[in-house]
Design a protein around this ligand. Structure first.
Ligand SMILES: [Zn+2]
Ligand SMILES: [Zn+2]
Length: 244
């Protein structure tokens, strides 16, 4: 799997960082995880155009994770008169998304297939896509993608939780949010992450979804996480690519 961090900030714009979005490329599919502000642009900068995307997985309803989904789809039908992604969402998000969409553009011109995935459910595409519950909103969830014995977990927004540590055991890469320095409901801070993950075996962490206070010190903070847990830990940067 080729994994490109397209956007790495939370809800506050930061120079050089688009909002949430990760591109996972397998030999057969291009899968986008979240589509916040700036993601279609970042994807194009990596040579992956809107119409090249096959599947979009959305973690939850907040704007920094869905805002550019209508833009992505519009770009796709402008280029080839159709947009035909499969969009995977938590149960209950489809109607909300459609309402948002219709308020800003012509949703009806796209030909989209929605599929709601319950936490714990798994979908077999060319990669297996498994949803798991996160501690953020009532319906928020993360995704674990596995193919050929390799796995990546993406949390979206969450507090560090037992469900996330369970699903992340022995994976090749965990992309976990790290929003704030201090504890805030529904989000992760460095201390809580370290205490929750100190005994969880993961090959590598990438921390993302930064607010300015974390972005300014991202390297220093991820160095501390790496030292305390003993697992290689990188701060996410826009357009950074890793392979697993
Ligand atoms: Zn967010
Ligand atoms: Zn959120």
């Amino acid at each position: 799997m080729k994994i490109t961090l397209l956007g790495t900030s939370g809800g506050i714009p930061i120079t050089g960082r688009a909002q949430s979005g990760i591109l996972v490329e397998t030999s057969e599919n291009k899968i986008l995880l979240d589509c916040g502000m700036g993601i279609p642009l970042r994807s194009a900068e990596r040579g992956v155009m809107a119409e090249d995307i096959d599947i979009v997985c959305i973690t939850h309803e907040h704007l920094d994770h869905i805002q550019d989904l209508p833009s992505l789809t519009k770009a796709s039908w402008l280029r080839r008169d159709a947009a035909n992604y499969k969009i995977i969402t938590p149960p209950g998000l489809e109607e909300k998304l459609k309402k948002f969409w219709r308020s800003v553009d012509e949703y009806e011109r796209s030909d989209l297939e929605f599929e709601a995935l319950e936490p714990g459910e798994e979908l077999e595409e060319t990669a297996s896509i498994e949803a798991f519950q996160t501690e953020h909103t009532e319906i928020s969830q993360g995704y674990k993608l596995s193919i050929d014995g390799k796995s990546v977990v993406y949390t979206g927004d969450t507090e560090p939780s037992r469900i996330v540590t369970e699903v992340s055991k022995n994976v090749d890469l965990l992309i976990h949010e790290l929003s704030f320095l201090e504890r805030k409901e529904g989000h992760t801070n460095p201390q809580d992450f370290i205490s929750k993950f100190s005994d969880v075996k993961v090959d590598r962490f990438i921390m993302t979804h930064f607010y300015p206070e974390i972005a300014e010190r991202a390297e220093e903070i991820t160095d501390k996480i790496e030292k305390d847990i003993g697992t290689p830990t990188l701060p996410a940067d826009d357009l950074q690519t890793v392979y697993i």
